[in-house]
Design a protein. Structure first.
Lengths: 204, 289
C-alpha cells in the first residue's frame, strides 16, 4: 500500500472516531432535553425533520402542505375524542424521567376541564416491557380541582390520590360535572319560565 | 514504415496498453477499506446532522409550546421570527407535537379512542380498565349507527350482560351513557378480579375456596390463630358496578366466633376496604394467621 493511501486511511479512521463520539454526545443531549419535553419524530414529522437537515429533495411547500394535512387530521381526531370522552384537555406535557432497559418512566402534567369543572393532574407513568406485553402503572398521582363544590369531592380526591385510580377519577368527575351541568341548565330553564309567566311551572 | 520498426512501435504500444490496464485494475484492489470508511463517514455525518437538527427543532418546539406569557417574559417572541424562513413549518411542527400529546393523554386517562368506521356508519371504541394505578385489559366494542344504533362486534366477556345494559341506558338516544355504564361494569369487574389476584399473591395463608368468572362471589378460608380454627368467609358482590362486597358472611364450627366484637369489626372492614387490604389489617390484628 502506498504511503498516501495509508495516510488517507488513518485520516478516515480518525474522522469516524470523532463522529462517533460527537453522536454519543448529541444522543446524551437529546436524552437530557427529553426531560423537559418529549417529542416524537414519525410520519410527516420525520419528513419535516429531514427537510430541515437538508437531507431531502422535497420543496418546502410540499413538506409544509403534507404536514398541514396531517395536523388537520389530528385536529379532527382531537375534536372527536373530546366530544366522546366528555373531557376537554388543554395541555399535556410529558417529560421522560428514565429510559433504562425495559422500563420507561414519564412525568405527565395535564390540565383541562369537564363541563365547568377545571382540573390539573400530574402523575408518573411507568411502562415496563414484559415480553410482548407492556405493563403500565401510575405512580405518585396529584390531583387539583377548581370547583365551587370541593367539600363533597375532597374525601374522594384524597382517596383516589392514595390508590392512584386515575381512570376512576376521570370517570367520576365526568359523570359528576355532567350532572352538575344538567342541574344548572334545568334550574336556569325553570328560572326563565318563571320570569315569563310570573308563576312557577310545575315540574314533570 | 519499415516492418521491424512497425513491430517495435506496435509492441511498444501494446506494452503501454498493458501497463495502463494494470494500473487501472490496481485501484479497486486498493483498500476497498478506503471506500468502506468513506461510506461510513458519510453515514455518520448524516446521522450527526440529523441529531443536531432534532435538538434544534426540539428547542424551538419547546419554546413554541411554552405558555405565551412565559415566552414574552423570556423575550423569546422576536427571536423566533429571525429564522422565519421556515417559521410556518416550525409552528406546524409545534402544533403537531402538541396534538399528538393531547391525543395520547386522552388515551392515558381512559378515553374511548373513538374511531369512525364503515364510511361513517359505525364507530369503534376501546374500553380501558384500571385498578389501583395498574392498567389492566382493554376491551373493544363496535357500534353500527345506521339505521338504528346496534351493538356490532366486541370482545366483552359474556358474563357482562351487554344487551340489558344497552336497554337500561337507552343506547338509541345516548351512546355516551351506554359507554359509561359498560365501562363502569368492566372496571368494577377488572377491579374485583385484580383484588382476587392480590389476595392470592399477598396472603398465602388464606385459601381461595370459590370464585366465579364475574368475580361477584368469593369464598375464602381463614385460619384463626387460636386452635388453628378454620373460618369460612363468603363475600357477595351483588352490585356489579362496585369493587366492594354488599354482604359478608362468616361460617365457623365455633358458633360464637362470628359474633365476637373483633369479627363484627372485621366484617365491616371487609365491606369498606378492598379485600386484599382488609386482610392485611386483619392479619396485623392477629385475627387470622
Amino acid at each position: 500500500m502506498s504511503e498516501e493511501k495509508a495516510e488517507e486511511l488513518k485520516q478516515l479512521e480518525t474522522e469516524v472516531k470523532l463522529l462517533q463520539a460527537e453522536i454519543i454526545a448529541l444522543q446524551q443531549q437529546r436524552q437530557d432535553s427529553w426531560e423537559n419535553v418529549s417529542v416524537q419524530f414519525r410520519g410527516q414529522m420525520q419528513d419535516a425533520l429531514a427537510f430541515v437537515c437538508g437531507q431531502t429533495q422535497d420543496l418546502e411547500e410540499t413538506v409544509v402542505s403534507r404536514l398541514k394535512e396531517e395536523v388537520e387530521e389530528l385536529e379532527k381526531d382531537l375534536k372527536l375524542q373530546t366530544q366522546m370522552n366528555g373531557i376537554c384537555l388543554n395541555s399535556c406535557i410529558t417529560k421522560t424521567l428514565q429510559s433504562r432497559g425495559q422500563e420507561v418512566v414519564h412525568q405527565v402534567c395535564l390540565s383541562g376541564r369537564s363541563y365547568e369543572l377545571v382540573f390539573q393532574v400530574e402523575f408518573q407513568l411507568s411502562e415496563l416491557k414484559d415480553g410482548s406485553r407492556t405493563e403500565r402503572r401510575i405512580r405518585d398521582l396529584n390531583l387539583v380541582l377548581d370547583s365551587s363544590d370541593l367539600q363533597s369531592l375532597s374525601s374522594f380526591l384524597s382517596r383516589v390520590e392514595e390508590t392512584r385510580d386515575l381512570l376512576l377519577f376521570f370517570r367520576t368527575i365526568r359523570s359528576y360535572s355532567e350532572k352538575c351541568d344538567d342541574r344548572t341548565r334545568t334550574f336556569q330553564h325553570f328560572q326563565v319560565s318563571q320570569s315569563r309567566t310570573g308563576q312557577p311551572r310545575t315540574s314533570h | 514504415m519499415e516492418g521491424a520498426s512497425m513491430r517495435g512501435v506496435l509492441s511498444h504500444l501494446s506494452l503501454l496498453e498493458v501497463q495502463a490496464r494494470s494500473r487501472g485494475s490496481q485501484v479497486p484492489q486498493q483498500p476497498s477499506r478506503v471506500k468502506e470508511l468513506k461510506a461510513k463517514v458519510e453515514a455518520l455525518t448524516s446521522q450527526r446532522d440529523q441529531l443536531k437538527a432534532e435538538l434544534q427543532i426540539h428547542k424551538k418546539l419547546q419554546k413554541l409550546r411554552a405558555p405565551v406569557d412565559k415566552r414574552r417574559e423570556d423575550g423569546e417572541d422576536e427571536e423566533m421570527d429571525v429564522d422565519s424562513g421556515s417559521s410556518e413549518l416550525f409552528h406546524l411542527m409545534a402544533r403537531h407535537s402538541e396534538l399528538t400529546d393531547l391525543l395520547h393523554a386522552h388515551n392515558l386517562i381512559g378515553g374511548y379512542d373513538a374511531i369512525i368506521t364503515n364510511g361513517g356508519k359505525g364507530m369503534c371504541f376501546s374500553l380501558a380498565t384500571e385498578y389501583e394505578g395498574v392498567y389492566l385489559d382493554t376491551y373493544k366494542l363496535e357500534l353500527n349507527l345506521k339505521p338504528k344504533v346496534k351493538i356490532s362486534r366486541h370482545n366483552i366477556p359474556p358474563f357482562i350482560a351487554l344487551n340489558s345494559l344497552a336497554e337500561q341506558s337507552n343506547l338509541q338516544t345516548d351512546v355516551r351513557a351506554f359507554l359509561a355504564t359498560v365501562s363502569q361494569h368492566l372496571n368494577a369487574f377488572a377491579g374485583r378480579r385484580q383484588q382476587l389476584k392480590l389476595v392470592k399473591e399477598q396472603h398465602k395463608s388464606v385459601e381461595v375456596m370459590e370464585s366465579n368468572l364475574l368475580c361477584s362471589i368469593l369464598v375464602l378460608m381463614f385460619t384463626v390463630p387460636k386452635d388453628k380454627t378454620p373460618l369460612l368467609c363468603t363475600l357477595e358482590y351483588t352490585d356489579h358496578t362496585r369493587y366492594l362486597p354488599t354482604r359478608v358472611h362468616l361460617n365457623c364450627q365455633d358458633k360464637l366466633l362470628p359474633d365476637s366484637p373483633n369479627w363484627k369489626k372485621n366484617c365491616s372492614l371487609l365491606k369498606e376496604v378492598p379485600v386484599h387490604r382488609a386482610l392485611t389489617a386483619i392479619k396485623k390484628a392477629s385475627d387470622i394467621v
